[in-house]
Design a protein around this ligand. Sequence first.
Ligand code: DI6
Ligand code: FE
Length: 412
Amino acid sequence: MTPRRRLWRGVALATFADASSGGAGADAPYGLIAQGAVITEGANIVWVGRESELPAHAAVDEEYDGGGALLTPGLIDAHTHLVYGGDRATEFEQRLQGVSYEDIARAGGGIMSTVRATRSATESQLLEQATARATALLHEGVTTLEIKSGYGLSAEHERRSLTVARRIAETLPLTVRTTSLALHALPPEFAGRADDYVTESIAWLRAQHAEGLVDAVDAFCERIAFSPAQVARVFAVARELGLPVKLHAEQLSDSGGTQMAAEFAALSCDHLEYLSANGVQAMRRSGSVAVLLPGAYYMLRETQLPPIAALREAGVPMAIATDHNPGTSPTLSLQLMLNMACTLFRLTPEEAWRGVTVHAARALGLHDRGRLMPGLRADVALFDAAHPRDLAYRIGGTACRRVIIAGQEVAL
Ligand code: DI6
Ligand code: FE
């Protein structure tokens, strides 16, 4: 049986094709085609172009008129910590009274307070809450989502978080990519024994990998977390297992994590407010994506900006993600991050859009999505908007009207 062919016409397309990749729309900003059409066959895109150039023989099983809506690749949130218990509203209040994020962390709050709440939640509570969060993202047009562990910090609880992340994709049609983040904070059981914790976490990683629970490995490389040398021990094992790595790097200070990550050809380095010129060059050489997280920057009332101009100059691809987590970025709106990437980080709306599509795909090592091009997955979103910049301009409210994943419309 041939897979069903579906035609979407009456749409403005933002294909994000560009000169290097070719494809329809490559000559225009955003890969824009004002009056476009897309044909999908089963789970894949088979034709993209101007409606006026639709092949005459295009026999299709179903036809939809978008009524002028904007059709884009499904959005990709390449950095989230979606699985956790509790919240951190009390800490938010403390911070507003002048206590710093690092002081709260050193006093056993911060990440550790979420670890306690996560450990005491049941697996079904974690799944229910994380699924609700993923659903909110899906309703905004997110079709691929990365989810990190890192609030379990024991063999049992890290495994459980990764299992919950995997299970989200059993009830929702999204693609979930899991990332093991045992080196997020040092749990109290290992106080004063960080190197022993690293050794333990390596054993967990091997077991998680054997169970098929891990797609990538991440770590928090920071003076309040783990040193480049400690992280490198875990990355060496990731390399041995064939797992790609990414890093929370230079968020609160310049620890040189980025240079270390570059040696492991990291898929991405994330946050990067304190990234040095050497760090930028290391990322350029390793081809890592800079994942910028304006939600955390905003929530921490950070004033040190990531070195956007230097990253741009060096040709380092920039992605934008929510960093959804209860402490520093309790947002469930990737659309809002488009706006913040422009207002706070001065990205152009087109850079921000490429950051939640084509560059976000690359930050996850996915080559089958992120653009509208024949051969790629038919993951697309339809927005009530005339132009992609309209979504970067809006603050709040979702403009997403329809979501198609692997060629199938999702009931919103
Ligand atoms: N950096 C962050 O912004 C989050 N994790 C990290 O390594 C914050 C996590 C938290 O505060 O719960
Ligand atoms: Fe994060």
